[in-house]
Design a protein around this ligand. Structure first.
Ligand code: DC
Length: 230
């Protein structure tokens, strides 16, 4: 197989799933950058639905309300020099989607089949050209079951909470304390792993990586090595 800088010249769909704080976003962005691929953050799409639901006062258990909401909103992911921008009904909501109450609401609405069905086609359409790194919870199991490379990234829960805490601090956000971040994270992991539709779980053919003792560069190196063998 022809290869450029040790990488396969084929354009692939690469999926990265795992719980929050495992390092998926940093690894996905760096991997996409090294391969010249498009990066798709599917969590941002669930967060956009949560922002819309919150703005309209629609509760996470109001399936009819969520169904109607999904039919009238438009969500897009746009690449910019500053990174990926999340656009809801033409408005840039990138700055809003990481607030802790939106994280929790995103996890709650993501358990609803109407929301998952709405986002399934959107996610596939965003990957209509190959050469994609897609990050989420069900990329390798449901959205792209035929992806050529699948990774499941995990790390020790305490470390994941610590990382999220540092991230929020660097972003200058009013960071909640570490304890409440860890509590929220465990709650979200439980919601995401136990829901009946598309729960968070590794695809049978996913390569599992535990990033607890690995640097970002080591994680991406491991992924690149795997991709180069495809
Ligand atoms: O990756 P994230 O923390 O930005 O995701 C926010 C929530 O969205 C997460 O708690 C679960 C949900 N999600 C999902 O159910 N499926 C995906 N593919 C991505 C995210």
């Amino acid at each position: 197989m022809a290869s450029v800088h040790g990488q396969s010249s084929k354009r692939l769909i690469i999926t990265i799933d795992g719980p929050s704080g495992a390092g998926k976003t940093s690894a996905s962005k760096l991997l996409a950058q090294k391969l010249g691929y498009r990066y798709i953050d599917t969590g941002a799409l669930y967060r956009a639905v949560a922002v819309a639901a919150h703005a309209e006062g629609i509760a996470a258990d109001d399936e009819k309300g969520l169904d109607a909401l999904c039919r009238r909103i438009s969500i897009d992911l746009q690449s910019s020099q500053a990174g990926l921008r999340v656009i809801l009904n033409g408005r840039d909501i990138t700055a809003e989607i990481r607030a802790p109450h939106i994280s929790m609401l995103a996890s709650a609405v993501s358990a609803k089949p109407v929301v998952r069905t709405f986002l399934l086609s959107l996610q596939r359409s965003l990957a209509n050209q190959k050469g994609v790194v897609a990050e989420g919870r069900d990329m390798g199991t449901v959205v792209f079951p035929h992806a050529e490379a699948k990774f499941f990234l995990d790390a020790d829960p305490h470390l994941r909470a610590q990382r999220r805490y540092e991230e929020l601090k660097v972003q200058g956000k009013d960071a909640p304390n570490l304890e409440s971040i860890e509590k929220d994270m465990i709650q979200r992991d439980r919601n995401d792993s136990t829901r009946s539709v598309a729960p968070l779980e590794p695809a049978a053919d996913a390569v599992r990586i535990d990033s607890t003792t690995l640097s970002l560069e080591q994680v991406v190196e491991c992924m690149l090595n795997h991709v180069a063998r495809i």
